[in-house]
Design a protein around this ligand. Sequence first.
Ligand SMILES: *Cc1c(COP(=O)(O)O)cnc(C)c1O
Length: 396
Amino acid sequence: MYANMKQHLQAELKAIDEAGLYKNERIIVTPQSAEIKVESGQQVLNFCANNYLGLSDHPELIKAAKKALDERGYGMSSVRFICGTQDYHKKLEKTISEFFHTDDTILYASCFDANGGLFEPLFTADDAIVSDSLNHASIIDGVRLCKAKRYRYANADMADLEEKLKEAQAQRFRVIITDGVFSMDGNVAPMDRIMELAKKYDALVMVDESHSAGVVGKTGRGVTELYGILGQVDAITGTLGKAFGGAIGGFTTGRQEIIDMLRQRSRPYLFSNSIPPLVAAAGVRAFQLLQESNQLQDKLHENVDYFIGKMKGAGFEIKPTESAICAVMLYDARLSQEFADALLEEGIYVTGFFYPVVPKGEARIRVQLSSGHEREHLDKAINAFIKVGKEMKVIE
Ligand SMILES: *Cc1c(COP(=O)(O)O)cnc(C)c1O
């Protein structure tokens, strides 16, 4: 029975490979960190993890996780509403609400699930969802699962958003949904203008802070902090899989009734397992660390400024960014791959992105900075970029 399917899949896989789009995985044999070792034995500096605050192997998180593992066991074997809620889950929800200045929080197994279960419980065919064209795949899928009328505006284009909000005036409710930080350029959503338009056209506002929480804003509370609108958007989704320890887990935090309704009707919450106690406990510790001191956020911001300053000084073109994502523009797809390979030889692990992940002719190397990086790590990366950049005639 499988023979025809096998042939079909083999042909498709070959086409993916021939288009240069086949994704291979590099195997790491150390904890996720600034310095990692890959299976070949090569020691490299990691500049492509979402480990923005260096918490992936932080001793405080490991300690909290071990304690919870000993005290509360390994797994919950249940969804939340049957018998999958421990004190740690409630504590993490409370901690997240305090961090973002929101009413309440609901946990999911991932932010993919948070976005997948956000719209369908709240909006019907009478409503409208107005979504940024560069929003994360999980938002796109979440919107697809909902019967509301869909509108898409060009990335961060406020004139286009206004057009779409005008078109959506006949609908009962309107909601604007945007990523806080867009992952390919590192640009932030223009929340000041979005809030103005939401007010003018009577729309709710929801933001996915996955790449911005822990990173953007002086104390790392994301784009709502950056724009001085903490606690003013209706819902925020986010992940525990990036800045906050990088293990697993997601959340929606926001208005009380919205969170209450999600607990009643959100399918990934009702029909998927609880996060393990050790992840909830380490998650609490991650948010506590950020609240106890601003050291990690300050160091991240210093690292970003230092890296970008030196790279621009060397003649590289960097996309305007307000996050820890730094897009070094090379434009040519092949060059981006050769450049990344040459950097790896120098012991710097970064990823080259090209079409269709980014627009045609806009290939780049994406560097992700972390407070886990020390000055010597940054210098080594900058020097490698300069060496390879000169060899490949990207800079003089
Ligand atoms: C990473 C990311 C997600 C997915 O988060 P997971 O918790 O890994 O599922 C969702 N939205 C955005 C904007 C992201 O960057």
